[in-house]
Design a protein around this ligand. Structure first.
Ligand SMILES: NC(=O)c1ccc[n+]([C@@H]2O[C@H](COP(=O)([O-])OP(=O)(O)OC[C@H]3O[C@@H](n4cnc5c(N)ncnc54)[C@H](OP(=O)(O)O)[C@@H]3O)[C@@H](O)[C@H]2O)c1
Length: 115
């Protein structure tokens, strides 16, 4: 591991062989976390609630991380406001290889005034 004073978030240590799942990864902090992790060689499970936005985000990661293979970045539908969706995604994730990290990022900063 790098020493604390060597820490540079734009140059993560080699994460080959590590697996991370990120909720709300089609934009914002979740998307950029996916980009950084994939860029460092990690396997990333990008999750999101909209299949089209999720596919576009995965394609954007693969375009920008030129040495990532399509197998390195997978997607999984997960709407955190729907417990059925959470259970289904958890069951799918459980059936795959273990995870080294879980980024519970999905959420909103400014809730709509109507709810
Ligand atoms: N940015 C800040 O200054 C800040 C400060 C403090 C905390 N945070 C927290 O950090 C996290 C990310 O913030 P951000 O600025 O990157 O927000 P963002 O750009 O609005 O991105 C939010 C992400 O969460 C997803 N999401 C929202 N509700 C979801 C749901 N029910 N199920 C699945 N995905 C859902 C969005 O997907 P869709 O595209 O489908 O909506 C999007 O991918 C949030 O939890 C936020 O509360 C942010």
């Amino acid at each position: 591991m790098p020493r604390r004073d060597d820490w540079d978030p734009e140059h993560l240590p080699d994460l080959e062989g590590r697996r991370y799942l990120i909720t709300g990864s089609n934009k914002g902090l979740g998307f950029f976390a996916a980009l950084q992790l994939a860029g460092a060689g990690a396997h990333v499970v990008m999750t999101g609630r909209n299949p089209n936005r999720l596919a576009a985000a995965r394609a954007a990661v693969l375009r920008q991380v030129t040495d990532a293979t399509p197998a390195t970045v997978e997607t999984l539908l997960l709407d955190t406001s729907n417990l059925g969706s959470v259970r289904a995604a958890a069951a799918t994730a459980r059936g795959r290889r273990g995870l080294d990290g879980l980024l519970l990022n999905a959420g909103i900063v400014h809730p709509p005034k109507t709810r």
